[in-house]
Design a binder for this molecule. Structure first.
Ligand SMILES: Cc1cc2nc3c(=O)[nH]c(=O)nc-3n(C[C@H](O)[C@H](O)[C@H](O)COP(=O)(O)OP(=O)(O)OC[C@H]3O[C@@H](n4cnc5c(N)ncnc54)[C@H](O)[C@@H]3O)c2cc1C
Length: 413
């Protein structure tokens, strides 16, 4: 499937691992999470080897829409209720640090990747949704988060029932960033191996990672394979979804440059990138649980096109590309990032926020490996109990609504 990020070709090839090596940290998986973690751990003074079974950035990171935002898929009110207000604040603060850290690395390493600060417009499609958004806005005020609730709908230039504007979010070109960062990390001493699949992990520290032609012995291992490739006690804590995306040419200056997300369940999202003769919209949604094979693909794209046509309101547009990709939803709404047992770390369950969470994981895991301390440790703890009645009850309603309005609606259409 064509995505704009797939068209940007990686020029550097990394070798296959063909001998045994020893390092402080072995990272399995060369997507956004793996590469960012490799960069940060090396910067913290540790020796690092990263292995990728295909080529860097060849799975979920290639399918992203690359919003970098503190506004995560779970509402702050929901995190406050399921976890605690303190956890909700931690989620927001860690997201803010993640965006700043992207900007800092991009500036410090001189990476050209179209990084742009922009607002995120959270818009509603019905007065009922706007009322719910107003209640969510109370949490923004409580946490003193810069944001503005707009009842005036006209500013967005497409039909809506009011919106919340969150300034100073960001977007970028994910593979330009990823490939350049991997080169910088390798230049600083990270050993990177492509076409090198981890087949097994054994040992209680040091840990041995078996590949076809070599073994990596490491004090610690980070599994950053999107979905942990061995059962590391996380299997009940997440479920795979599929999300659908179009790249669209839209008239210049029709919409403000920025990120847009609606509050439907499942939700829709788009970004507007200013270009020369037209603007680019990358729009996605119609997410459903990934249990239907390919039977829902055409219907989901059709539903997305109907949604796009509503947003465009009769104005001209042209769909240039379409693709769909995996979304790994954590069962309680927060990702699983941290130590799963001594010497073993995971970073998974990023839902639609894997750019922000990849960066959060790189800061959190660095701190855990160095000092076993981080203010974010408990919030994202992958060992947290899942079968907490409050968590299950709140999320169950959410998932039923998502199934009803997403997969079922499109299946019956
Ligand atoms: C349509 C869509 C839109 C999205 N939009 C956004 C967005 O706007 N903002 C946002 O923040 N997030 C978004 N996401 C989510 C985000 O793209 C992902 O969460 C993120 O890219 C995950 O990065 P990762 O490094 O964890 O996984 P991946 O990029 O999947 O990397 C994991 C790597 O591990 C490798 N691997 C697997 N098994 C092994 C093994 N045994 N040995 C060695 N290597 C192995 C794989 O080949 C892969 O390259 C979106 C996702 C989709 C699908």
């Amino acid at each position: 499937m064509a995505t704009p990020w797939r068209e940007f070709k990686k020029t550097k090839k990394y070798p296959k691992l063909k001998k045994d090596i020893s390092v402080d940290v072995a990272i399995i998986g060369g997507g956004m999470a793996g590469v960012l973690n490799a960069y940060q751990l090396n910067k913290a003074g540790l020796s690092v080897a990263l292995i990728e079974k295909n080529e860097l950035g060849s799975y979920a990171t290639m399918d992203t829409t690359a919003f970098i935002t503190e506004v995560i898929d779970s509402d702050l009110s929901e995190v406050a209720e399921i976890f605690s207000p303190r956890d909700a604040k931690t989620v927001w603060n860690s997201g803010s640090e993640a965006i700043d850290e992207f900007e800092r690395i991009i500036t410090e390493e001189g990476i050209e990747c179209e990084f742009t600060r922009c607002p995120n417009f959270i818009f509603t499609n019905t007065p009922k949704e706007f009322k719910k958004l107003s209640e969510e806005y109370d949490w923004y005020k409580k946490f003193k988060i810069a944001s503005e609730l707009h009842e005036d709908k006209s500013n967005l230039n497409f039909p809506n029932s009011g919106y919340l504007e969150v300034p100073n979010q960001a977007k970028f070109h994910p593979t330009k960033f990823l490939f350049a960062l991997a080169e910088r990390a390798e230049g600083k001493g990270v050993q990177i191996f492509e076409n090198t699949e981890a087949l097994d992990i054994a040992g209680d520290g040091p840990v041995s990672i078996e590949t076809r032609e070599g073994i990596i012995r490491a004090e610690n291992v980070l599994i950053a394979t999107y979905k942990p490739f061995t059962n590391q006690k996380t299997h009940l804590k997440k479920a795979m979804y599929r999300s659908y995306v179009f790249e669209v040419h839209v008239p210049k200056d029709l919409f403000k440059e920025g990120l847009y997300e609606d509050t439907e369940n499942p939700y829709h999202y788009f970004r507007i990138d200013a270009q020369d003769s037209h603007d680019r919209m990358i729009i996605g949604g119609e997410d459903h649980k990934d249990i239907f094979g390919d039977s829902l693909v055409d219907k989901s794209f059709k539903a997305l096109e109907e949604y796009l046509s509503k947003i465009m309101g009769g104005k001209k547009y042209k769909i240039m590309k379409k693709w769909n990709g995996p979304i790994l939803e954590p069962s309680d709404g927060l990702p699983l990032i941290g130590r799963i047992k001594p010497h073993y770390y995971v970073a998974t369950g990023f839902s639609g926020n894997g750019m922000t969470y990849s960066m959060i994981s790189s800061l959190l895991i660095r701190d855990l490996i160095k000092d076993n301390k981080s203010a974010w440790k408990n919030t994202y703890d992958p060992k947290r109990a899942l079968l907490h009645p409050k968590r299950l009850a709140t999320k169950a309603g959410d998932y039923i609504e998502e199934f009803w309005n997403g997969a079922l609606k499109n299946l019956l259409s």
